[in-house]
Design a protein around this ligand. Structure first.
Ligand code: BG6
Length: 358
């Protein structure tokens, strides 16, 4: 069942190029946008738990930048115990691999009569969350066995990217030419992922050293901020190393006090419009003898790699969808660190694949 891999997690990480390529082809030869009409919609509210909530956080950036549509993200267990202000012009989007997470399901039931439509982004189309939603958007990742979500995360991101593009088209924000370009960027991802997976042995070397750390910080800016949160969650879940993700700009408002040579800092920084700002935060870390792993593209590593502890060079990924690619080194770092520590990668202590109690 593991198809020659040592763990389901390794297999599921490796499957991602095929999962994305097939999901992009699912409607025919060219990718199709979801059959959801955003005309008149004033806001989307994304609700989920764990890794799925970080997919929601990334999607918030896409709804805002690609569609000019207001977007909010909530953790399911918090959403329903506040008094969230919902309108009948809003869509609520529930993201869940299993479709059975109790808090997410309860949040869906809470929102159902208060919003225009309830959408479910799920991996299991027969799940409770899918059954109770108005619109089901299957992510088509195939069965995910590893408790720490990997291929479901990138497949959720792909589905949410297509949804944000549909919102942009419906709201007149995306021209046919711009749409063609964005779709081409998505179609390039499986190839870029294959290239990134070939960095596995190098990531395993870095992870060997990471496995000796007690605390690790992840930094990212813009849509890389949720990836910093996801990288930290993955590392905590399977290697039991304490890790925190921060928005790079928040560094100086607290976490900089933690910087020390024995606390590795992992910086997710593609060479985009925010690169210089993130690099200046990274330099603040290095000036305090922090040990930095820079994850960027060739240009970024060339410009800013000097003085770092280590670098990982990913292929160029122009456009807004780089978070989908940068999920892979985050997953591989957590995986190889856990392997180096000898923890139970597929069944981490205290965690369940699907949490059906609140
Ligand atoms: C957690 C899992 O318990 O539930 C995470 O360990 C997952 O990996 C989270 O992200 C949410 O699960 P789901 O099925 O709703 O996406």
């Amino acid at each position: 069942e593991k198809a020659g891999y040592r763990h389901f997690m390794a297999k599921e990480i490796a499957e991602q190029p095929v999962v994305l390529a097939e999901a992009l082809r699912s409607g025919g030869l060219a990718p199709t946008l979801p059959d959801v009409d955003f005309t008149g919609v004033d806001r989307v509210v994304l609700v989920a738990c764990g890794t799925a909530s970080y997919a929601g956080h990334v999607a918030k950036y896409w709804f805002e930048s690609l569609a000019g549509l207001a977007a909010e993200v909530d953790i399911a267990s918090e959403f329903r115990y506040r008094d969230p202000v919902l309108s009948e012009k809003s869509f609520a989007i529930f993201v869940s691999q299993s479709g059975e997470t109790a808090d997410t399901l309860a949040a869906l039931r809470y929102a159902k009569e208060k919003v225009a439509k309830v959408l479910a982004v799920v991996n299991v189309p027969t799940s409770s969350i899918a059954r109770e939603a108005d619109v089901v958007l299957p992510i088509r990742a195939g069965v995910e066995v590893g408790v720490a979500s990997t291929k479901a995360f990138t497949a959720q991101l792909l589905t949410l990217a297509l949804l944000a593009l549909k919102a942009g088209v419906d709201r007149g924000r995306i021209s046919p030419e711009a749409l063609a370009q964005r779709l081409a960027e998505l179609q390039a991802l499986p190839g870029l992922m294959n290239h990134t997976l070939s960095l596995g042995p190098r990531i395993a070397e870095v992870a060997e050293e990471l496995s000796r750390a007690q605390d690790v910080l992840f930094l990212g800016r813009g849509a890389m901020f949720p990836l910093a949160l996801e990288g930290a969650l993955k590392l905590k879940e399977i290697s039991y190393i304490h890790a925190e993700g921060y928005a790079s700009g928040e560094l100086k408002h607290g976490p900089i006090a933690l910087i020390a040579p024995e606390v590795p800092v992992i910086v997710l920084a593609p060479r985009d419009g925010l690169f210089d700002k993130t690099v200046s935060n990274m330099q603040e870390v290095m000036a305090r003898h922090g040990k930095v792993l820079l994850i960027s593209d060739a240009k970024g590593v060339h410009e800013a790699g000097k003085g770092t502890w280590a670098t990982l060079t990913l292929p160029d990924c122009p456009g807004p969808f780089a978070p989908i690619l940068y999920a892979l080194p985050a997953q591989l770092l957590a995986y190889h660190t856990a392997v180096a520590k000898g923890t139970d990668v597929d069944q981490p202590r205290n965690l369940a694949k699907s949490v059906t109690v609140e």
